[in-house]
Design a binder for this molecule. Structure first.
Ligand code: G4P
Length: 526
């Protein structure tokens, strides 16, 4: 028997290329779930693209109201947990890590712009873990791409089979509404941006005369032709293909106008998977297991220098988490108990007594945790699925204030534990190199080192733009490689050797020269 507490949980993330409508859709879900009363309550986590102080200000506010990192609410007897991801592309790695803590995702695509760069990257991360994906085509109130063309584009660029479960009637200024293919009802377009309105017309099928009360004959005919074609091309939904991450149901709508939201939310809670088994290095961990286990996927710093504590976000994988109980920190080999674990219901944080698989609890942390750490009831486990990815920019840290060397070292250590960027220690000379996805991360590191640790540093840009984690079945060969390529070898925080290269060409050459060495694009390999 599956525990009903686990079965009712739906933990997911809404992801998109910036500006496609992720924040708006999140907010509308919260409105439907009754977690907020008016639109505009969810803080936008978008930074002005080039302005660091703006960004830091937003981060500061977010740091205070950490509740926005996880938004839990009850909807139709289900407990929904939406995990928030940063909007800015320079923080993509934070998003990738958050995706390790969800059971499914909703991917938002702008119908005018189609599949964008970040959409493709996010999808490839979902594919790595076979995460089930539902696609929401947003902004149907705008003159965008024709739906069938858009589906072709999504299928090709995202390399996934699709199954439309709703279909738009018109688009842009002729947008009339969406027809739910999944449960045969018609939802008419009634733009209301601030509250939830129900304008659903139940029809038996597309031959129902009642449709003509709302749509012109030509519109009904157009809808019949379209849905026939949809049925012929895409067929019926195969739920197991969806839960295996091989097929994505598609919905159309307009988030800002509250439109198509109910269709996607209602279907989502019906078909989206509840928490499932998780892979650990040692074994697979089942959700129904009696013993508690969980892992840290995000650490949120308190940006107020007077309160240095951080909040570690723990995703529960099995058993029941309880307040004030000792748990085993498997990396540090010590026991910890938490007297004020936080829950994030209705966009507010409160102390939680117990939590179940699928839930995320916030733990006050004074420096015990780093990303990927596992807690259990005593078993030595290490959950998989939180790899580091190859950064794009590498810079060497140069200390600007020798009197504050210790503070600088501590700051770099802690910030990279939090996952702000990656740290590589170059073999000759113990030089510290920071690897990041974007420039903004370096600015954030400088700012925080100065404001939180009182340390000053300069970053010297290096020519590298790729990193590959290197392994070999032959230890001697690996040692030899590391020795020969000394100048290009950094050691990551786990102690693994990493080969840093200027470009793909250089990597290909090295691969050819060292056939016994394996080169990995992420830090997780087996
Ligand atoms: P993001 O989190 O994915 O970055 O996107 P966000 O929800 O912030 O939406 C980006 C912009 O798109 C916002 O406009 C938002 O109002 C608009 N938008 C969202 N859904 C729809 C939709 O269904 N139709 C149309 N036409 N626009 C939509 P903005 O001008 O950047 O911000 P704001 O001034 O409206 O707050």
């Amino acid at each position: 028997m599956v525990n009903p507490e686990i079965e009712k949980r739906k933990t997911f993330a809404i992801i998109s290329h910036p500006d496609a409508g992720k924040t708006t859709l999140t907010e509308k879900f919260l409105l439907f779930g009754g977690a907020i009363n008016t639109a505009g309550a969810v803080k936008r986590n978008k930074a002005n693209q080039s302005n660091t102080s703006d960004f830091m200000e937003i981060e500061r506010q977010r740091g205070i109201s950490v509740a926005t990192s996880v938004m839990g609410f009850e909807y139709k007897d289900k407990r929904i947990n939406i995990l928030d991801t940063p909007g800015h592309k320079d923080f993509a790695e934070d998003t990738y890590r958050t995706l390790s803590a969800v059971d499914s995702v909703i991917l938002v695509v702008d119908c005018v712009k189609g599949v964008e760069e970040q959409t493709e990257k996010l999808m490839s991360v979902c594919r790595m873990r076979n995460t089930p994906v539902i696609i929401f085509v947003n902004k149907m109130d705008r003159e965008g791409k024709e739906p069938f063309d858009l589906l072709d584009e999504i299928e090709q660029k995202l390399n996934i089979s699709l199954c439309p479960l709703s279909w738009p009637i018109g688009q842009g200024h002729t947008f009339k509404g969406v027809y739910s293919i999944y449960n045969n009802h018609l939802n008419l377009f009634n733009s209301d941006k601030t509250k939830v309105t129900d304008s659903v017309v139940a029809v038996s099928d597309l031959n129902d005369e009642a449709l003509l009360d709302y749509l012109k004959e030509s519109e009904v005919q157009g809808l019949k032709d379209d849905t026939e074609l949809v049925d012929g091309v895409y067929g019926k939904l195969d739920k197991s293909l969806y839960t295996d991450g091989l097929l994505a149901p598609v919905f159309f709508g307009s988030a800002i106008n509250n439109f198509g939201i109910k269709e996607i939310l209602d279907t989502f809670i019906e078909i989206a998977p509840s928490p499932r088994l998780r892979e650990a290095e040692e074994r697979d961990v089942l959700v129904e297991e009696k013993n508690f286990s969980g892992f840290v996927f995000k650490i949120h710093a308190n940006l107020d220098p007077k309160h240095r504590d951080r909040i570690a976000f723990l995703r529960i994988c099995s058993g029941k988490f309880e307040r004030n109980k000792f748990y085993y920190h498997t990396r540090q080999n010590k026991k910890l108990k938490f007297s004020n674990p936080m829950d994030f219901m209705a966009n507010e944080k409160s102390i939680v007594e117990e939590a179940w698989p699928g839930d995320v609890v916030g733990l006050y942390d004074s420096g015990n945790f780093k990303i990927g750490d596992t807690l259990t009831e005593g078993e030595k486990l290490q959950f998989k699925g939180i790899p580091s990815f190859s950064p794009a920019i590498f810079k060497e840290v140069e200390n600007m204030d020798p009197m504050r060397t210790k503070q600088l070292e501590k700051g770099i250590e802690q910030l990279t534990d939090e996952g702000v960027a990656q740290l590589f220690v170059m073999q000759p000379g113990n030089r510290k190199v920071i690897g990041a996805v974007g420039e903004l991360q370096f600015e954030v590191i400088s700012f925080r080192l100065e404001h939180e640790y009182g340390a000053k540093c300069r970053f010297r840009t290096l020519t590298y733009s790729r990193s590959r984690w290197v392994t070999s079945t032959d230890n001697k060969k690996l040692e030899e490689f590391v020795k020969r390529k000394q100048q290009h070898i950094g050691v990551d925080k786990e102690g693994h050797p990493v080969y840093l290269a200027d470009n793909d060409f250089m990597i290909d050459m090295t691969k050819r020269d060292y056939p016994d060495i394996e080169f990995h694009t992420t830090s997780e390999f087996k």
